[in-house]
Write a new protein. Structure first.
Length: 384
């Protein structure tokens, strides 16, 4: 999920606690417990903290074993593929996770040479694509020489996208996920990875008990920083500070901070990667439920919209009742949620579904023609 999504979700969750809403109300209002507190903002701050720790701290302490930094003027796809094969061999020989980082190819302030890594069960291919902007829009006429564009290298061991050496928590998540999704298709190959802008991508490769190499995408991401136990440890100081300042309901500050942190982790569990939920007691990263994609704008918009409506709803019902009118009136809480939350989201998803169906029908009826000098499109593989 995006940072704004987590911030809004943290604030929305905190507003379900009546005391928090009343503590946040201005002291001049005739509301019992009003204290002009910024406690609601604390929930939003802790809502974005796990990813802040990840991207501002965690990734810089995660040292790769192999770094692939292609020549900007003459990138060699065969050498780049051979580095991955080397990492696979080292993982098998050394019996530990080998981390390999592929760096982006920056040609200017807003120009990046994109490349694609395509994984087979026992081979890897690297394909050099066109030059793209920081917005990942390809520049026409920048495709490389076809003879130097791609290369494939055979691997010493098979690579797989799913681990077989799992702990009890991963097994539990897989069981729940299977129940939710009504069965799962076994993933045979690792998805291709496109590398173009910013900091590149790190892969972790680890030999497992079945003799195959487990492929771990971004092994530093959502590990220790996405732990409920860490959230408790980071939230506790706020309760202590509030206690020392002799604030009313001092313990609520720690609770709200932890709530924002926990909501972030729980939302991330709906995706594919999950998190190290019980670090440092249980260090391996737990898989997600694979319900949504973190980058999906539809999911992010829906959660942000729902969060804003719930914030307004809770602020009103725990203070003035100007909008909802209280549970006894016709303009009741449930009517408010139906009109402003349920119906708008239902219409939104209906529109999105129709647009998606229209796009699929148009794509099915199109016959693409493309000249050699035109871009292939961001991330499109051309390797047979």
């Amino acid at each position: 999920m995006k940072g704004l999504t987590h911030f809004v979700s943290g604030v929305a969750a905190a507003t379900f606690i009546p005391q928090v809403v009343r503590m946040s109300a201005a002291g001049r209002l005739d509301i019992p417990g009003a204290a002009s507190s910024f406690i609601i903002v604390l929930a939003g701050m802790y809502g974005i903290m796990p990813d802040t720790l990840d991207f501002k701290v965690g990734q810089f302490f995660d040292e790769p074993d192999i770094v692939v930094d292609p020549d900007p003027l003459n990138p060699n796809p065969k050498e780049m593929a051979q580095k991955f094969a080397e990492a696979v061999s080292r993982s098998a020989q050394e019996g530990r996770m080998i981390k390999i980082q592929y760096m982006p190819i920056q040609l200017g302030a807003n120009r990046w040479r994109q490349y694609l890594i395509i994984f087979g069960e026992k081979e890897v291919s690297v394909q050099i694509n066109e030059v793209v902007s920081t917005s990942q829009i390809p520049y026409p006429g920048t495709s490389p020489d076809p003879e130097k564009r791609s290369a494939t290298v055979t691997l010493s061991h098979r690579i797989k996208p799913t681990s077989c050496d799992t702990d009890w928590l991963n097994k539990l998540v897989r069981k729940i996920r299977k129940t939710i999704k009504g069965g799962e298709k076994k993933k045979k190959t690792v998805k291709p990875s496109t590398i173009d802008i910013l900091s590149g991508t790190t892969f972790g490769l680890k030999m497992e008990s079945d003799g195959d190499i487990y492929f771990d995408w971004l092994p530093w991401h959502r590990t220790w920083s996405h732990s409920y136990i860490l959230g408790l440890m980071l939230a506790a100081p706020w309760a202590l500070i509030a206690y020392l300042l002799k604030l009313d309901m001092w313990w609520m500050y720690g609770l709200v901070a932890f709530l924002g942190f926990a909501v972030h982790i729980t939302e991330d569990m709906t995706g594919h990667i999950g998190g190290s939920l019980l670090w440092p007691i249980l260090k391996p990263r737990t898989e997600g439920f694979e319900m949504f994609k973190a980058s999906d704008p539809r999911t992010n918009f829906s959660i942000i919209y729902a969060g804003f409506i719930l914030i307004v709803f809770n602020l009103d019902r725990f203070t003035s009742n100007l909008l909802t009118g209280g549970p006894e009136s016709f303009w009741s809480w449930w009517f408010f949620l139906l009109v402003f939350l349920v119906l708008p989201l239902a219409v939104y998803f209906k529109i999105i579904a129709r647009i998606s169906d229209g796009i699929k029908k148009r794509e099915a009826g199109l016959k693409f023609t493309r000249e050699e000098e035109e871009p292939d499109g961001t991330g499109d593989p051309v390797i047979d």
